[in-house]
Write a protein that binds this ligand. Sequence first.
Ligand SMILES: Cc1cc2nc3c(=O)[nH]c(=O)nc-3n(C[C@H](O)[C@H](O)[C@H](O)COP(=O)(O)O)c2cc1C
Length: 239
Amino acid sequence: MEFTEALQKRHSVRAFLPRPIDPQTLNDVLAQACLSPSWSNTHPYKIAVATGEVLEDLRKTLYARYIESAKLQRSGTLGKLKALITKSPGIPDGDFKPMLKYPKDLQKRRFECGLGLYATLGIDRKDIRAREAQMAENFRFFGAPAAVFVFVHGETGPYGPLDAGIYLQSLMLAATNAGLGSCAQGALGLYRTPLDKHFDIPPQYKLLCGVALGFEADLPVNRFQPEKITTQEMLLPLR
Ligand SMILES: Cc1cc2nc3c(=O)[nH]c(=O)nc-3n(C[C@H](O)[C@H](O)[C@H](O)COP(=O)(O)O)c2cc1C
């Protein structure tokens, strides 16, 4: 595939076919992502690859935890307090605090992106339950047959996550080139303990996000195309 074609073709896939990925294809995609540049060639990240039984267990556990979290969000102060005391599984235990609110100047693009996605799905903006159900699909990896979790070294300041971001893009482009769909998922950074159950993760590595990988289903949700930024919009003017 031409580089430009891969760049244009990559998009977030939020509905996958149950078809498994051939292990050789998955290995090739992961090997290509290793070609990413990083600060002083440190590659300050690790990955956990979930397929088969491990993936199914995570799909069940993470989904259940999110449903519990959503319930908690709707409960009053007393409910939240009780959840804290009883250490409810609904309480996120990820390594990084989720960005619930973006800075004001970025909020517009974020809002429009959410609005566009829900419109594609026929979900009314005010239908909190339907939005919650769509959000919950993140934790089932949108039906993908593989998920890659990305961990970053916790003592690298902003540079570790920067390198991990480059890796993430290489991974997704390599997936596109191999005929696979992908979706980067910050949502998968919410719960850490279900991953500790399956993977031996060194304590200095912090869960950043996940990426769902698989074959794209031919559904409207996968045709959602949020408007990209132009160079002009991000270009700083000369003084
Ligand atoms: C770091 C990162 C985290 C993301 N987290 C999520 C997520 O949790 N759920 C989701 O549906 N999409 C997620 N996305 C996908 C973005 O919404 C998507 O990239 C953006 O809307 C642009 O659309 P495109 O990927 O189709 O070009 C994430 C993307 C990135 C790069």
